[in-house]
Design a protein around this ligand. Structure first.
Ligand code: COM
Length: 500
């Protein structure tokens, strides 16, 4: 049989690409070895969503235990491995079934199950049967990057891929890499009574706004999660399994005892299947594509993580859509502007889009910040009148149920939201949040940034109060100013979160 395109890999990019292709009237065929939806429901987005909820529950139970009407809860025997087991037994299966049903039955896309062997750019063999396509699209995903250090293959060393497979709770975990995967994993494991230390070679979450970073790391410090920046990991030691991580820090050799290591230093695209066709591959192992997801070989495309960063679900799926349009004869291009970013840091999550404050100041000079918490603790508050142990520090950042609950524990534990505005044009240039429930809004905020949304337009929207992102009502407080100056706003956070 001959189709218009063979989608080699049915992950997020291939599945959405094939669906879009079919909707455009094309004949699409997916070749998939394992399961549709790729790693998402196995060990990435869907799994992390589930596991973060489990971790949030544990962390909140710890915080609320015995307070107000909450019963005292014994958390000594809670287990991350049990949480993973539940996901393996229910989540992975349910998602896999749904993906299959939606793709094959509901969308009517043909899927060939098995390991595909690419014979040439128009021919793929699966289980001894030949399939021909006018175009070939690689959606082969990515894998964890592994450092080349002694001990990396010891039992107890894991990556995000092994996380759902865990069978036993470690006591002490070292996370190598303080990017968004590593910081997320640290926040997910710590609530399960696991002592977590993050070792980062340079700076943790370097692309994030300073206030968001400080908020997350201040919270880590409070919870006993240790962070070291500027650490060069040299070796993982152990006889039969992991026993410690050895690293250089401030010119000294340090040893961090642990019984588990989570490696999270980055992702490597799976470009190898494309190489025999003469497809060009970049320094990071990514398949090189143009704005239309075309490789250098005519009729061969690459989508999703296989084509390199940004590694983000929306980009994976959109690359699939753009490739589909181009296969169908359009001239579609990827737009990488204003892509939001998100990390689970249970019990909260962080989301960001646009410029950080530092980037905005560099580009626009003085900028206006619209944010809460807003300035230091009010001097005229009367903490002695609060319910004991629930003294508040500032204006609430609200979200889903537990963020308002968290507010009562003070120290602005419930979150922080921050919009950055160029006062001359009155346009927003960045939005940032750490809290709970704001990420949905960021899907639309990224579009508002793109169209040049102003504080005056924002002030005209209809908030549904209480809400997680706060930007409508907070903007309305300043939008009346003819010359936009905002109000004195600084966030009241200590910055001593790093181990030195
Ligand atoms: C979600 C994966 S589990 S996909 O993007 O819907 O294919």
């Amino acid at each position: 049989m001959e189709c218009d395109a063979i989608w080699f890999g049915g992950g997020a990019a291939g599945r959405f690409g094939a669906a879009f292709h079919k909707a455009l009237g094309g004949k699409a065929l997916i070749v998939e070895e394992h399961h549709l939806g790729g790693e998402c429901h196995v060990c990435r987005c869907a799994f992390e969503n589930f596991f973060s909820d489990q971790a949030s529950m544990a962390e909140l139970m710890r915080l609320y235990s015995g307070k107000s009407w909450y019963p005292k809860i014994d958390l000594r025997n809670i287990s991350a491995a049990k949480a993973a087991e539940l996901y393996r037994k229910v989540g992975q299966r349910a998602f896999a079934d749904t993906m299959k049903h939606q793709t094959e039955k509901q969308l009517g896309i043909e899927v060939v199950w098995g390991k595909g062997k690419i014979l040439d750019k128009n021919t793929v063999e699966v289980n001894g049967k030949i399939y021909r396509g006018k175009n070939l699209v690689f959606g082969t995903g990515s894998r964890p990057t592994m450092p080349n250090i002694p001990g990396i293959n010891l039992p107890g060393v894991m990556t995000y891929k092994d996380h759902p497979e865990m069978r036993k709770d470690p006591k002490k975990m070292v996370v190598i890499g303080g990017g968004k995967i590593g910081i997320g994993k640290a926040a997910m494991f710590a609530p399960f009574n696991i002592e977590v230390t993050v070792l980062e070679k340079y700076t943790c979450l370097p692309k994030w706004d300073r206030d968001i970073r400080n908020f997350i790391f201040r919270d880590f410090k409070r919870r006993g999660i240790k962070i070291y920046e500027g650490v060069d990991v040299k070796e993982i030691k152990g006889k039969k399994k992991v026993e410690s991580v050895v690293a250089q820090f401030n010119g000294e050799t340090m040893e961090f005892p642990c019984d588990a290591v989570m490696v999270s230093i980055g992702l490597t695209p799976n470009s190898e299947p494309a190489i025999p066709l003469g497809v060009k591959v970049g320094k990071g192992n990514e398949i090189i594509i143009d704005e239309g997801c075309r490789t250098n070989v005519p009729g061969v495309y690459a989508v999703g993580d296989a084509a390199g960063p940004p590694y983000f679900m929306a980009i994976a799926r959109k690359r699939g859509m753009i490739a589909a349009k181009n296969i169908a004869g359009e001239d579609a291009k990827m737009d990488y502007s204003f892509v939001p970013d998100h990390i689970y840091v249970p019990p909260l999550e962080a989301t960001s889009v646009g410029l950080t404050e530092a980037e905005a100041r560099e580009k626009y000079g003085d900028v206006v910040l619209i944010q809460v918490p807003w300035g230091p603790k009010p001097e005229d508050s009367k903490p002695e009148e609060y319910y004991p142990g629930f003294e508040n520090q500032g204006l609430p950042v609200c979200g889903r149920m537990h963020t308002l609950n968290l507010l009562f524990y003070g120290q602005n534990r419930n979150g922080l939201v921050k919009a950055i505005v160029d006062p001359k044009s009155r346009k927003y240039v960045g939005f940032h949040s750490v809290g709970d429930g704001a990420k949905t809004a960021f899907q639309y905020l990224s579009y508002l940034l793109k169209i040049g949304w102003t504080v005056d337009q924002m002030a005209n929207l209809h908030e549904i109060f209480l809400n997680a992102e706060h930007f409508i009502q907070l903007s309305r407080l300043v939008a009346g100013q003819k010359e936009l100056k905002g109000f004195a706003a600084q966030v009241y956070l200590d910055e001593e979160y790093l181990c030195r």
